[in-house]
Ligand binder design. Structure first.
Ligand code: NZQ
Ligand code: ZN
Length: 385
């Protein structure tokens, strides 16, 4: 097992009715900015619950944070929050609202010239305004980690950042808030979380059987519960299991002491930045091609994954690898997510554009072995057509 430092200070308030507990988590004299998205929270009672909980707090609202949150919009929030002397932010929504809020709180405290440097130049986050979250869409894991992914519309760039200062102080995970999710977002959440686990698991063995089995536990749970959620989106127990699985998939626990890949996410962000394809869908396109392309160096973990998660145990190694890839693709398709670039009307010209951008950016050494270069990205994308 590799050396590691583990730190995750996020307090989780899990279950029905927990929104009412947030008042105790936010200082009584705080000036709170509540951030949210396009209005789903106003249609499902979440907004009312939050407002009722904060009736004795000073609350200012900032809505209309977009899916794949826009830097341009978030900077407006930063400006208002600074002028209004906001000292606590509450994100209410999915990964985009939570990510956007992480950027807002870091940018509010940023002393450099241009907060975009936090993303484009990985300028260190020295401080951030404290924030909490009420999650309404399980999948990204943003509610229990310190990372965020932000899009700059003007340049069609999508970059991530994170720091120990951008962990939420608390997150409410109430499965009832998910009951209004459209099927498309349930599918996205399950496939995103599933891929998070695979990016931390399908690398190479370092004799970390506990991390392996914890990763497999999350995969098996998502495999069982994901299809159930599409059939019964208001089933509390199913959504509770998905909510906790998604948090466990990316809260740092399964990553400790093991190599991680993340090339699929890196490539996927380019597809979202250029074509607005939902994050999870980009992963469902890139991952199968990447696993096939790297099946040589990922062989041992792929075979283990096939056997333990999909019951693939018969045949030659090559046959087992193929059956494992097919099982993964079928799972994504069973969650109503297409797995080919052409399913999203994206063709060769986009691959050329991405390759050009990555070359310009000097991208190199992706993947757990730092052996994925721009030419490999090109081949992976060609395999995903
Ligand atoms: O904006 P509203 O009106 O709230 O509607 C949203 C949005 O249209 C809707 N929604 C959310 N909760 C709902 C609901 N609709 C009905 N009922 C509810 N309870 O769902 C739509 C999508 O929301 P969004 O927040 O964009 O989705 P998701 O949670 O999948 O977040 C995606 C973003 O997270 C980033 C992605 O790159 C993408 O930008 N990620 C963040 C990560 C992290 N911080 O660790 C890791 C991930 O890999 C990912 O990159
Ligand atoms: Zn993801």
């Amino acid at each position: 097992m590799n050396n590691f430092t583990f730190y995750n200070p996020v307090k989780i308030l899990f279950g029905k009715g927990q929104i009412s507990a947030i008042a105790k988590e936010i200082p009584a004299d705080a000036r709170v900015m509540m951030t949210y998205g396009g209005g789903s929270i106003k249609k499902n009672g979440v907004y009312e619950q939050v407002m009722a909980a904060l009736q004795n707090h000073t609350v200012l609202e900032f809505g209309n944070i977009e899916p794949n949150p826009h830097y341009e919009t978030l900077m407006q929030a930063v400006d208002i929050a600074k002028r209004q002397k906001i000292d606590f932010v509450l994100a209410v929504g999915g990964g985009s609202v939570i990510d956007g809020t992480k950027f807002i709180v870091a940018a509010m405290a940023y002393e450099g010239e241009d907060p975009w440097d936090l993303l484009a130049k990985h300028a260190p986050v020295q401080a951030a305004v404290p924030f909490g979250t009420v999650l309404t869409l399980p999948g990204t894991g943003s509610e229990m980690n310190a990372s965020a992914v932000i899009t700059r519309v003007a340049t069609k760039e999508k970059f991530s950042f994170g720091s120990p200062h951008t962990f939420p102080k608390f997150s409410v995970l109430d499965p009832e808030t998910t009951f209004t999710l459209p099927p498309r977002q349930i599918s996205n959440g399950v496939v995103d979380a599933f891929t998070h686990v695979l990016e931390q698991y399908l690398t190479y063995p370092v004799n970390a059987p506990l991390q392996d089995r914890m990763a497999e536990a999350v995969l098996l749970t998502l495999r069982e519960e994901g299809p159930k959620a599409l059939l019964a989106p208001k089933n509390y127990d199913v959504m509770a299991n998905i909510m906790w699985s998604a948090a466990m998939a990316l809260n740092g626990v399964i990553r400790v002491g093991v190599p991680t890949d993340w090339a699929t996410h890196y490539i996927g962000h380019e597809l979202t930045a250029l074509h607005g394809i939902d994050h999870a869908r980009t992963l469902a396109v890139v991952l199968p091609a990447l696993l096939r392309y790297k099946s040589g160096t990922k062989k041992e973990k792929l075979l283990q994954y096939g056997e333990r998660v999909w019951g693939v145990s018969a045949g030659t190694e090559d046959e087992r690898l193929e059956a494992t890839l097919q099982a993964t693709i079928s799972f994504f398709e069973s969650m109503d997510i297409k797995t080919k670039l052409t399913d999203y009307e994206v063709g060769e010209d986009t691959i050329k554009t991405i390759v050009g951008r990555l070359e310009e950016r000097g991208m190199k050494n992706l993947g757990e072995r730092a052996d994925i270069q721009v030419t490999d990205v090109e081949k992976i994308l060609e395999m995903s057509l």
